[in-house]
Design a protein around this ligand. Structure first.
Ligand code: PEP
Ligand code: MG
Length: 590
């Protein structure tokens, strides 16, 4: 049994499917016959030509949207694609070793990487390495897409057995394409409780464990695996008795989830009738549909970066408008909060430049990018305002740290409204704007921000990492990224008090909103709007129906006086057991 970090609750018994990186350098794959060498050389050349065309059109578009600097990044990619020595190296390997173009490309990539890693100016070359991976990845995807017999990225069919993805990490861009696949569990080597694979797993309601350092080497495709997302256990090739015991737990989890979904039409109220809004965090149109079917009464957070991360180049205003409008319409009159682009940190788009930063989460991310790329930011604000003509839309700014920043973005929104009027384009005149509180500086000076904005959304995932000085993606420090710690609870209490005094609406949209013990405390502290992965709405609604406001307030009052996370977690686990024993299946990291 392996011990990892539990990041998405539930239990699953399934078969392993390893996602190899597209640039994985496993054993080279031989061509079946010498006669296939010629066609393989042609296939590679065709992929190079297509990659070149794609890059040319990207350069044009990025130049308009972002400017010359962004476009230059793709010019350098084009240079690499058209570099005769790349073509010649790959051709030589295909001919000499009679291997596939993909294998030859992967071998050449490996040579480049080891050369780069020996250079002294590490930072500079790490950046170039990221570009190189992009270029090779682009050619490799084309090669795979070209060959229908290559199953490298296809999820296999294990009959009725659930599939558990095992990977080093799941990239944000991959998480979008994995959405339609029948995946029942996720295990990764790196990542913490609010990393992208964790958020993906939680949004689909599937058990997940991270932080298992060498798991990809310990398993083979098709191995039996158990993932216990409650306490972070992963069991490889378990014996029949253990398998039977976990299958029983899995059935219970599925049964409880199915039973709870029946409450989707019920109002979200506590035992004594206090109403609460349970909203959804979504990443795309499919999630918007899931939100309605799970009984969410709106969207509290649309993470727009997934549109940018999965887009072949950069989405322009028109494309963004159509995308947001589709989501607004899918919500059928329910309110929706659209967050502006939140990249940087662990998510990057090549056209904004890939700087290697010593502390990317404390660096050039999120709203900070907007100041340097006003054109890109304006196209997004205009698109959101225009989508506002089709429903109840609000706009949310992430990572706001100072009042100056808030004033800057507010001025931009005003300018965008004026320009839309001038252009004669229809837009939502009642689109409200709000600020995410996810940086301690903003939490401390919240009174000033409250006077110049219209609503607040607490981004507890980031707020906790910055407050505890513990990287949210680093499983080594995941014990510190703990919502149920005295410092976090005090700061949340302070934010909620300030919002109450000002009368402005406040939502919490971090992962803790859907964790039963944290929910009890937040409700007890007075929070009435929660935004979470759609899959958790039924369970939280059921929990709410079993607790009174006074009871939750008593819990909060008691917890505020406790001095350690352990005491808080223990106390709340006991209370949760008394209220609803089933809910423990919905906790991670008990
Ligand atoms: C947060 O930080 O809590 C949040 C909701 O935003 P994200 O997880 O996308 O950073
Ligand atoms: Mg955040």
């Amino acid at each position: 049994m392996l011990q990892g970090v539990a990041v998405s609750p539930g239990v699953i018994v399934g078969r392993v499917y390893k996602i190899e990186s597209i640039l994985h350098t496993g054993d080279p794959v031989s061509l079946a016959a010498q006669e296939l060498v010629g066609p393989e050389l042609n296939r590679f050349d065709e992929s190079l030509v297509r990659a070149g065309y794609d890059l040319e059109s990207m350069i044009q578009k990025v130049e308009i949207q972002i400017g010359v600097d962004g476009a230059n990044i793709f010019r350098s990619h084009l240079g690499m694609v058209r570099d005769p020595s790349l073509r010649q190296k790959v051709h030589a390997l295909i001919q000499a070793q009679q291997i596939t173009a993909l294998s030859a490309l992967q071998m050449v990539m490996k040579q480049y990487v080891s050369r780069f890693e020996n250079f002294e100016q590490q930072d500079y070359f790490r950046e170039r390495l990221a570009d190189l991976r992009d270029v090779f990845g682009r050619i490799a995807s084309d090669l795979i897409g070209n060959n229908p017999n290559d199953s490298a990225l296809r999820v296999p069919d294990y009959g009725t057995e659930p599939i558990v993805i095992v990977a080093h990490e799941i990239l944000p861009s991959q998480s979008m394409t994995m959405g339609d696949k029948a995946i029942s569990g996720i295990v990764t080597e790196i990542g913490g409780g609010t990393s992208h694979s964790a958020i993906l797993a939680r949004s689909r309601g599937i058990p997940a464990v991270t932080g298992l350092a060498s798991i990809t080497q310990d398993v083979a495709n098709g191995d039996l695996i158990i993932v216990d997302g409650r306490d972070g256990h992963v069991l490889l090739r378990p014996d029949p008795e253990t398998t039977a015991a976990y299958r029983k737990l899995q059935r219970e989890f599925i049964h409880i989830k199915d039973r709870l979904v029946a409450n989707r039409e019920d109002p979200a109220v506590s035992t004594d009738g206090t109403p609460v809004e349970l909203l959804a965090n979504i990443n795309n149109v499919a999630d918007a549909k899931a939100a309605s079917s799970m009984g969410a009464t709106g969207v509290g957070l649309l993470r727009t970066e997934y549109l940018f991360l999965s887009h072949p180049d950069v989405p322009d205003e028109e494309e963004q408008y159509r995308y947001y409008r589709q989501i607004v319409e899918a919500m059928n009159g329910l309110p929706i909060t659209i967050r502006t682009l939140d990249v940087g940190g662990d998510k990057s788009v090549p056209y904004l430049g890939r700087r290697v930063e010593a502390n990317p989460f404390m660096g050039w991310r999120s709203i900070r990018l907007a100041f340097e790329h006003p054109k890109l930011f304006e196209s997004q604000i205009r698109a959101i305002l225009r989508a506002g003509a089709h429903g109840r839309v609000s706009m949310l700014f992430p990572m706001v740290t100072t009042l100056e920043e808030l004033r800057f973005v507010n001025r931009m929104v005003d300018a965008c409204r004026d320009s839309l009027i001038k252009d004669g384009l229809d837009f939502g005149h009642d689109v409200r704007t709000g600020v995410m509180i996810e940086v301690p500086a903003a939490a401390i000076c919240i009174d000033a921000l409250l006077r110049e904005t219209q609503f607040i959304s607490i981004g507890s995932n980031d707020l906790i990492q910055y407050l505890m000085a513990a990287d949210r993606d680093n499983s080594k420090v995941s014990h510190l990224c703990e919502p149920l710690s005295p410092a976090v609870i005090r700061v949340l209490g302070m934010i909620l008090d300030a919002c109450k005094k000002s009368g402005l609406p406040v939502t919490l949209c971090g992962e803790m909103a859907a964790q039963p013990r944290s929910f009890l405390i937040l409700f007890g502290l007075g929070l009435r709007k929660f935004s979470m992965s759609p899959a958790f709405v039924p369970a939280i609604k059921s929990l709410l129906s079993k607790v009174t406001t006074a009871q939750a307030e008593r819990f909060a009052h008691h917890v505020i006086q406790l001095k350690t996370s352990e005491e808080i977690k223990h106390y709340l686990s006991e209370r949760l057991k008394e209220i609803s024993a089933d809910m423990q299946l919905f906790e991670s990291n008990s």
